[in-house]
Write a protein that binds this ligand. Structure first.
Ligand code: C2E
Ligand code: MG
Ligand code: MG
Ligand code: MG
Length: 288
């Protein structure tokens, strides 16, 4: 039992807290070996072009298949991987695996883009562009089909050096997206200097658009401004057909979310793609 500072209240060390600590120490202890042991897997989630109703890209999302804990979410281990710099080999594995998978889709007649999340640590490595180039060459994937997602917070942290790095990546022919847009307190006009092609509006801004006029207005303002700057706009976390129809009315370009599909393991995603691309009518029709 420990006395909380000043307040005269007591905080207790609960069994939940003990479990959380045990879990965290297991995660820490095993992360280093997880790559060699082949315990990471990539899931893929489709993104739909709202106008044509077609799947145009997929985001690669990592999971850790932990021997005792089962599937561990990236929210739980990516921060730790960043602290320990293990994100560098993990990030390389993600790039290489996802780029190869995209090539497989292409070979099978599904020429969609692959979006890959890049951590700030990876991004700061001097050889980041070189590594990406190597993996593109290795898989023989046309660079225009690769999109790198960097979070808005990273983009804002060190603008000049970030812009230089982004330009270097752009010169490879890859696309850049700002992820979790709206959570970093920047304005779109600020991002104008960045060589960015699309902005992914964070789920928290989409969540309540059908019930909150304020949220709807805010989203509308973001979309208008993004359009003026010539960015493709992506709505993250679309869960209901009501949200989709509002986004359609507001002119949002691309939608991603559980309404269409949760992230899927590679074989399931491949089946999903096949089913979608066999449809003659809008692939979105069934979700409206
Ligand atoms: P993110 O890049 O913003 O990815 C979107 C997250 O939202 C994913 O969570 C996805 O599963 C989830 N999501 C998608 N649609 C919906 C929806 O309709 N409703 C709800 N509630 N959630 C939805 P996930 O897969 O757990 O990934 C969490 C975060 O971990 C990602 O956020 C990204 O920042 C990070 N991450 C994932 N994979 C990687 C990776 O390979 N490398 C790095 N550096 N970070 C990664
Ligand atoms: Mg992302
Ligand atoms: Mg995101
Ligand atoms: Mg997000």
């Amino acid at each position: 039992r420990s006395k909380a500072r000043g307040s005269g209240n007591y905080t207790f060390f609960t069994p939940e807290m003990a479990n959380a600590l045990v879990r965290q120490s297991r995660i820490e202890a095993n992360l280093r070996n997880a790559i060699n042991q082949g315990q990471f897997i990539l899931y893929y989630q489709p993104l739909f072009d709202i106008k044509t109703g077609k799947v145009i890209k997929a985001e690669a999302l990592i999971r850790w298949n932990h021997p005792e804990l089962g599937l561990v979410s990236p929210n739980e281990f990516i921060p730790l991987a960043e602290d320990t710099k293990l994100i560098i080999p993990i990030g390389k594995w993600v790039l290489r695996t996802a780029i190869k998978e995209a090539k497989k889709w292409h070979i099978n007649g599904y020429p969609i883009k692959i979006s890959i999340n890049i951590s700030s640590i990876q991004f700061q490595q001097n050889n980041c562009a070189q590594i990406i180039q190597e993996f593109l060459d290795e898989a023989k994937l046309d660079p225009q089909y690769l999109e790198l997602e960097i979070t808005e917070r990273v983009a804002l942290a060190n603008p000049d050096s970030i812009i230089r790095k982004l330009n270097k990546l752009r010169s490879l022919g890859v696309q850049i997206a700002i992820d979790d847009f709206g959570t970093g307190y920047s304005s779109l006009s600020y991002l104008k200097k960045y060589p960015v092609q699309s902005v992914k509006i964070d789920r928290s801004f989409i969540q309540d658009i059908t019930t909150s006029t304020c949220d709807r207005n805010m989203l509308e303002a973001m979309l208008i401004m993004a359009k003026n700057l010539d960015y493709s706009t992506v709505a993250e976390g679309v869960e209901t057909s009501e949200q989709l129809s509002l986004l359609t009315q507001m002119g949002c370009d691309v939608a991603q979310g559980y309404l269409f599909s949760k992230p899927l393991p590679d074989d399931h995603f491949f089946d999903f793609l096949r089913r979608m691309l066999e449809k003659k009518e809008s692939q979105l029709a069934s979700y409206g």
